[in-house]
Design a protein around this ligand. Structure first.
Ligand code: MTE
Ligand code: MO
Length: 514
């Protein structure tokens, strides 16, 4: 083997690595995933390393700890990929591809360690697929060259020279395409950074720090907080890339069956006085016991006031809402004009809306599932009649009206948990937004329903935490929960699927006491 061949194999590994890093970076930018896979690995390393190591290192490197770690990881990746290039020569492409797949596995673990959902996984998958596909493309000319050279005796230089040229052509094409994709991703991703920094520099007068009411979170181990932090708030939307709308370019048109059509800019909106209220948002796709629900303090302008200014004309019964990305929903006019605080929200838990949750402006309507009310990145409200339009999810078989159904959930103990026999703490949440929860009861092992303690809530628009403490013998147990709303209606035990208008049935958890 000539010296040329010796360095070309590791080079094939390195070009493959770089191509995959660039495509994965492009995917991360395009999807507006918070951090690229390499940064995710660095962040996970910081979290996983014992504090004894991290603290002095951070002190030593000051602010540079993350870039430094990213650099170390990149060097390690280069060394690893050069090695994998050699593996391709000695043991074939299959073994080398396994090497890259393992690397992808590490990236995947790091990303899942920090974020959930499919969004952040896609860039890692894109990178790993690039690696597996590109490697044989680059090694093919090298392998052919080596074989021809082996049979060519004294003329070995010719096939080697040709294979080297073929390799360089392929490497340049692969590298060029990857760089273009990377650049494309950054250009498109730059929109996100600009909006992110516009968001950070906003200071909204009238948005106060949220103070959860005393007694809203009950003291039960492992029961989550009553207020859901923005980072933990469930996210549901049809957007593959999150819409990035800057406050400067945002405007809202209110039109249709109104006397005066209105168009509001962001400045128009935030110069009005804000209403701040706690509202628990829920998704119609939340199964019994599911976690597509979260409770936040929203600040914004009452939709009812704007509709009053626009002057709704007789005969209208709906508002068709449209977002900047073309998603639509239909909301009963009444829910937007009655005494409840349906809001054009600009802040969530005291901060400008996170981009994922609809920045700069979204709608929040107490008592209605998100798919008929909670338009993120909202830009258009058309006052109309249900008979005259259909919307994104109603076109796909979901019900036209989506009032949130009375429901409850057991959070503690978790399903399958082992607890100490004796006094066992139970806890969870119950909700009937805009009606309110009157009582929550649990039944253990099919026994009598027993009343639970309830947390304090500021209004009927939020979930309520419940707790109970029961004496249980050693053995397997089942706990079921049911709620009663403020109108005296007991939760429906009929098991129904989420389609077309929300699940019903009692949540049940099995656990063992010992
Ligand atoms: N623009 C837009 N807004 C949307 C959606 C969407 O797909 N696009 N999904 C809705 C649904 S189904 C729900 S449950 C809520 C979820 O809001 P969240 O992601 O802030 O929790 O947003 C609603 N608003
Ligand atoms: Mo939803």
């Amino acid at each position: 083997m000539t010296p040329q061949q010796r360095y070309l194999w590791p080079a094939a590994g390195i070009v493959t690595l770089v191509a995959g890093l660039l495509t994965s970076e492009a995917a991360a930018r395009l999807l507006s995933v918070r951090s690229s896979p390499v940064v995710a690995v660095a962040e996970s390393v910081i979290e996983v390393l014992p504090e004894a190591v991290v603290k002095p290192a951070i002190n030593l490197l000051q602010e540079l700890d993350k870039p430094f770690l990213v650099a170390v990881i990149l060097v390690a990746l280069l060394a690893f990929s050069a090695f994998v290039g050699r593996v391709a020569r000695d043991s074939g492409d299959g073994s080398a591809q396994i090497g890259f797949a393992l690397l992808g596995g590490v990236g995947l673990a790091a990303v899942l360690f920090r974020e959930s959902g499919v969004g952040p996984v896609i860039p890692v998958a894109v990178g790993a697929i690039t690696w597996v596909v590109v490697l044989p493309v680059l090694t093919k000319p090298l392998r052919e060259g080596a074989m021809l050279a082996a049979g060519a005796g004294d003329d070995a230089d010719r096939p080697l020279g040709e294979s080297r040229r073929a390799f360089l052509v392929r490497a340049s094409v692969v590298g060029g395409v990857a760089v273009l994709l990377g650049l494309g991703g950054s250009v498109l991703g730059a929109g996100r950074s600009a909006v992110e920094s516009a968001r950070r520099s906003l200071s909204l007068t009238g948005v106060t720090d949220p103070e959860p009411p005393a007694g809203s979170s009950l003291d039960v181990d492992d029961l989550g907080p009553w207020q859901t932090p923005n980072d933990d708030f469930y996210r549901i939307d049809t957007a593959i890339a999150v819409p990035t709308v800057s406050p400067d370019e945002w405007s809202l048109r209110i039109h249709g069956m109104v006397e005066n059509e209105l168009t509001l800019t962001y400045d128009d909106l935030v110069s009005r006085s804000f209403t701040e209220s706690w509202v628990t948002l829920t998704c119609v796709s939340n199964p019994v016991g599911g976690d597509l629900i979260g409770n936040a303090r929203w600040s914004g302008v009452r939709v009812a006031d704007l509709l009053a200014e626009a002057g709704v004309t007789d005969g209208a019964d709906a508002v068709k809402q449209t977002s900047s990305d073309g998603w639509t929903c239909g909301t009963p006019l009444e829910a937007l004009t009655d005494e409840r605080d349906a809001l054009l929200a600009v802040a969530m838990n005291g901060e400008p809306l996170p981009i994922e949750h609809g920045f700069p402006v979204r709608v929040v309507v107490p008592g209605l599932y998100g798919y008929v009310s909670a338009t993120k990145w909202v830009t258009d409200l058309e006052v109309t009649r249900f008979a005259d339009f259909s919307a994104y999810w109603t076109d796909r078989g979901w019900a036209e009206k989506g009032p949130i159904k009375l429901a409850s959930r057991v959070d503690v103990p978790r399903s399958g948990a082992s607890v100490d026999a004796g006094t066992v703490a139970l806890g969870g949440v119950a909700w009937a937004q805009h009606t309110g929860i009157e009582a929550v009861e649990v039944s253990v092992d099919g026994g009598a329903w027993q009343a639970c303690d309830l947390g304090t809530v500021p209004s009927a628009d939020t979930w309520v935490q419940w707790s109970a403490s029961l004496d249980l013998d050693a053995g397997d147990h089942t706990v079921r929960v049911r709620a009663t709303d403020a109108e005296g209606t007991v939760q429906d035990s009929t098991v129904r699927d989420v389609l077309p208008d929300g699940a019903t049935g009692y949540h049940q958890v099995d656990f063992t006491a010992s």
